[in-house]
Design a protein. Sequence first.
Length: 355
Amino acid sequence: MQPLLTSKTFGFTPKGEEIHLFTLSIPNQIEISVMNYGATWTHLLIPDRNGKMEDVVLGFDTLEGYLQKDYQDHYCYIGSTVGRIAGRITGNQFHLDGKTYELPANLDGIHLHGGMEGWDRKVWKTEPFETQNSVGVTFYYQSQDGEENYPGTIDIWVTYTLDETGRMEISYQASSDKKTILNPTNHAYFNLTGDFSKTIEEHGFFVDAENYLPMNKNSLPTGEIANVGGTPFDFRNLKTIQEPIQREHPQLQIAEGIDHCFVLKQPEDCAVLYDPESGRKLTLSTTEPGIQVYTGNYLGNNFKGKNGVTYGKRTAICLETQHFPDSCNQPDFPSILLMPEEIFESRTQFVFTAE
């Protein structure tokens, strides 16, 4: 069925900037909403095994929810496009061509997900589109040289597309006018039950990864690439999240759960999230080498979300497809350098079913 595209005003920023909400949908099959504040994924309605449509991503009912101080102070990035660099950076700095770039710390003394005013807090330009078998919207932002003290002016396009089969894709394309680093991601929080008063601990999870990245006490990669065998990070077969994250393991104690990067073996069908209660299933594919899995450990009932529900610990799980965290300081990790003559490209696809 040909998907539909609609748009409406979602609100205005304190500066008077109009924020638009775009909805991509196939009736009774899928409904996705995204807005140009932070190029943010705000809603995802999909049916359970009985055809009941429910929203399964965290967010807020109004723009004011995303702008509220209690939410912004906690840097939770719900549904946002994260950049320039996803994750934490060792020492809040990196070295490039003999120069050290010092980055601002925005959370607990750490530079996280792009800094004080990352891409999640920018108003992006929009270009909605329709083709013969898909609809979507492209968000564009120009990150100026020196923004958050990163070098180079980056032009970044983030496109959300829904095709006639109900498959959704988030794609990225970027270029820079000088040598720099880039590692963006999307920070959607999923709870496939459709009930945000429940946790995701009963969800089944699979990730096709034989290795993961251990962290130090500051939640930064140690540089080691470790085998998942015999650890709580072995999800090579679909298993319930609850049992592994309750184990006594030093890596789980650091983040009070999983907040680790998994090294993907293949791009296709590399991760699956399944809710046995509703039958909803998410199958993910990506061109990225890693996926940062975060089990909502730091959600702490600090603010109210949709329908007035307070988001607590493990209300949702994030599946952040990206290059490895802190790659700018880890020479053995895949490079995140972006040269002036290069075009950065990345794609992640989401397929939603019910069984």
